[in-house]
Each structure stands twice: as C-alpha cells, then as structure tokens.
Design a protein around this ligand. Sequence first.
Ligand code: MCA
Ligand code: AMP
Length: 502
Amino acid sequence: MTGDAATLGELFRRGRPADPHAVLLEAPGDSPLTYGEADAVSARFAHALRHLGVRPGDRVAVHLEKSPSFLLVYLACLRAGAALLPVNPAATDAEVGHVVADARPALLLHDPARRPPTGPVARTLDAAGDGAFAELAREHDGSFEDVPRAADDLAAVLYTSGTTGTPKGAMLTHRNLASNAATLTKAWGFRADDVLLHALPVFHTHGLFVATHCALTSGSRMVFLPRFDVDAVLAALPRCTVFMGVPTYYTRLLASPALDAATTGRVRLCTCGSAPLLEGTHAAFRERTGHAILERYGMTETSMITSNPLDGPRRPGTVGLPLPGVEVRVTDDGGDAAPTGTVGGVEVRGPNVFDGYWGQPRRPPALFTVDGFLRTGDLGCVEDDGYLRLVGRSKDLIISGGLNVYPIEVEAVLDALPGVQESAVVGVPDADLGERVVAVVAAEPGAGVDDDELRQAARRRLAGYKVPKAVHRVESLPRNAMGKVQKAQLRATYGTPRAPER
Ligand code: MCA
Ligand code: AMP
C-alpha cells in the first residue's frame, strides 16, 4: 500500500520490507545488498554529507559510474534533505564544468579517475564503494535521523538541453517524483516478490527514477547491471520478473538467437520508453517471447505521462493512456483542443510536472500555457479509445539509443572549429540506435577541413554519444526563403543508404 506519500523518504519507508535481510540489489561480483545494509550505509553517507557542509536544500553533484554506491548516495541525499545532481559519466570536463558552474553544488562526488572542476568541495568515490568519501562515511554511525522534507522541497536537479543548446537543470520536487513513483508502482503492479532487471544508466529519469523508485516503493529486489550488455542481460533475465529498456535494448536482444520464451519464462512485464518503439520490434519480441512490450512515455521535466495498461490491450505504435492523476491534451497551433485523431502539440498537467529550471523564472510562459499545462514539444494525436499516438516532435531533438542530442549544442561546437563556415546536425534513421547523429558541414572558402579531424575535435568537447557518426560536406546549407536551414531535406538526402556502386 503506497497511499499518497508527499515525499520520497515517506514513500520508501512505507515500502521497506519488514525483514531487514530482504535483498534490495544484487550487482555482479558483489554480495547482495539488503535493505538493512542500504539503510546503514546511506545513514553513514548522510552523516558524511553533513560533515562536508551539505545543508538541507543544497545540491550534491554526482559524477560517478553506475554502481550500488551511486544509489546509496542518492538515498543519503534524500535523508540529508539535499538534492541529487547526477552528471553523465561520459560528460567531458567542459560539460561537467558548465553544470557545476550553473548549479553551484555544495559537494561534488567524482570517480578518482576524473579531475574535478574548480569550485565545489570534491571527494572521490569509486564503483567498488571506496575513496575519500567512503572513508569519511565509515567513521560515522549507521543510523541517521532523516531531515524532514515537504512536498515542494527539491529532491533532484537533472540537466537537459533545450532550444538554447545550453543544458539547464530541471528542478524536481518530492511531490513530482513521489507522485509518479506511487502511480507507476501501482499501474505496473509492482510487488515485494518482483525482481527488476536494471541495466539502464542512472543519470537519467528512466534508470534513476522510473526503475529504482518502483523497486524501493514496493520493497522488491533489483539485479543491478553496470551497463546494458546483451549477454549479461540474457544471463540474468531467467531469474527476473520485470525488465525495463529503451528500444535499442529490445532490438539488440532480438538480434541474439539466445533470446527465447525460456529466457523470459519468469518475466511478467517488459516496459519500454525514452524513444519510439517500432511496431515491428514490438511484434518480433512478442513472437519470440510471448511478451507484449508495455510502451510508456515521459520526459525529464514530467517523469512518466502515459502508459499502456498492465491489464488491457497494449497497442503497438501508441504510448497508451494518461497515467492516473495526469492530464494530457493535444492542441492545435492556436492552443485549442485538437479533435480526436488530429495531430497537434502534446500538453501535460499534474503533480508530476516540474515548475522550472534551476536559476530561471518558475513556469516560463514559453513552456507553460496560462492554465498550467506544460508544452512537451512532442506531436501526437489522441485516438478514439483515448490512447496517445506520438508522431513526431516540434522540438529540434535527436534521440539516439535513448539518449537526447540537441542539434544546436553540436552545431555550436562544430561552428567554432577552424575552417568551418556553418553546420547543421540532423538525426537519420538507424536500425540499432533508432536515430543516428549526422552533421552536414560547409567549409570556409579555401579551408582544408578533414572530416575525421572534425569528429575528433567535437569528441574533445562533447560526450561521445553526441558526436556525429558521419560528416557530410556541402558547398552551402540548403535554406528556405526565410533563411532557415531545411533540415527535412538534409534528413532525406543523408538518411537513405547510398545505392551500391556499380
Ligand atoms: C554510447 N554511444 C552512443 C550511445 N551510447 N552513441 C550514440 N547513441 C548512444 N545512445 C557511443 C559512446 O560514446 C562510445 O563512443 C561508443 O558509442 C561505445 O560506447 P558504449 O558505452 O560501449 O555503448 P553501448 O554500451 O553500446 O551503449 C549504447 C546504449 C546506451 C546501450 C544504447 O546508450 C544506453 O544504455 N542507452 C539508454 C539511455 C537511457 O537510459 N535513456 C533514458 C533517458 P566513444 O568511444 O567515442 O565515446 S530519457 C528519459 O529518462 C525519459 C524521461 C524517458 O522517457 O525515459
Ligand atoms: P528527455 O528530455 O530525455 O526526458 O526526453 C524526453 C523525450 O523523449 C520526450 O519528450 C519524447 O520526445 C521522447 N520519448 C520518451 N518516451 C517516448 C516514447 N515512448 N515514444 C516516443 N518518444 C518518447
């Protein structure tokens, strides 16, 4: 019974198994971590945070590889009343520097292999749970009186880029996250005897909140893999009941002949989201395993918005129905409700929806309607039976393997490179990643620009998944009468595989 807990702490306390020996997570090569141990270690971590000067309301930046310690730091932040600020472990120094300068965390926990940016107090913590922070924590007690929090207090800040290309921190409160956690746990029927196969990264809503919150709220167990690896997933699946993935996980699993109905014999639920799931993938997975993947839809600023039902038809090509307590509508360009079946902008309102970005005005009018709906930047239509079908995006965003790449951020880096006159970055269809990042570059007259050098230079400034997989050269970019680069034309030109040479 989850009720409507106002804070994550309260929600997790209610969900905690009575037996402290119940396992919270198993990570390869480690002995299982019980709920009781998680309680004790997160208490020590919370003392260490306080010792290092972290006060309620402060941000704690975490630039760590995925490991059980990461999750324990998150729990410690909640207990100490601080907000977690996860940073992609693949982020370059420049990307980490921007986040830290913007969010001004009271503390940065980083992998010993990484050099911390100047500014915040910094301590090391490695994937094995060692480092200066862990040493300090060991000096402290295994019990901690949790700092009381209110629904409107900040629980996490997640950086996400937008139309400006500069990452901004989405401020997520306890209300936002706890309401969504309780709703999902119920909607997806999580029980204490579930075993969730967790192969997602933990610096994003999907792996950090959707997955771990369902486990913590229901008092169930996670098999916690450091990353998605087909063989490791196939080896662990037979003892799991729930799997969560992005579409690339499913296409990669399907590419293995080892995936069959026996591998998923204990599984009761496979969910998918973060990017569009092709109907063909849905059908192929069902044919091979007997499971109809449950597709759901959400975003960093809102957590989950819609879901196909646990009981009831899971409609391929749709993202299901609005979750309980969440309102969804589709509007036309004038902001009026679009008739059923007509494509328009998807808007959402509910306790899950954030209020704004760190350091910026709350509820910016560009993002929110006057009656409080968030404009998602996704295009879709509501079908006769109320299911939402997404058909595209009005925001200039590429989703590659479930990771968001904002073209403007990549274009800014390419444009600043010597010899580049202008660039345009587009996403083209990719069988593995869903979309692949491709750059189209016009060089300055007379400049000798080498495509590999461009990619390498971009790689020094951007996390690897943002770096164009290919660079195409043009004399000049195609523009319409308004001077706007015609990206649809570029996608059409560079998205189709070249005809084989004769
Ligand atoms: C890694 N690389 C990528 C990607 N991931 N390139 C394009 N797209 C990607 N997604 C690059 C790396 O930078 C590296 O290049 C090279 O590929 C190999 O890296 P590796 O880590 O070995 O790749 P991988 O293990 O094959 O990873 C692909 C992946 C992973 C398994 C698809 O990206 C992944 O787990 N994606 C899931 C992301 C996710 O959880 N999204 C949810 C966020 P180099 O050597 O040059 O560095 S969205 C969300 O939270 C919303 C709210 C929602 O609705 O869920
Ligand atoms: P992010 O900013 O990383 O939270 O990404 C949010 C975006 O991912 C949404 O606005 C959608 O464009 C996309 N997204 C999430 N789930 C789905 C889905 N099931 N189908 C299509 N797009 C999705």
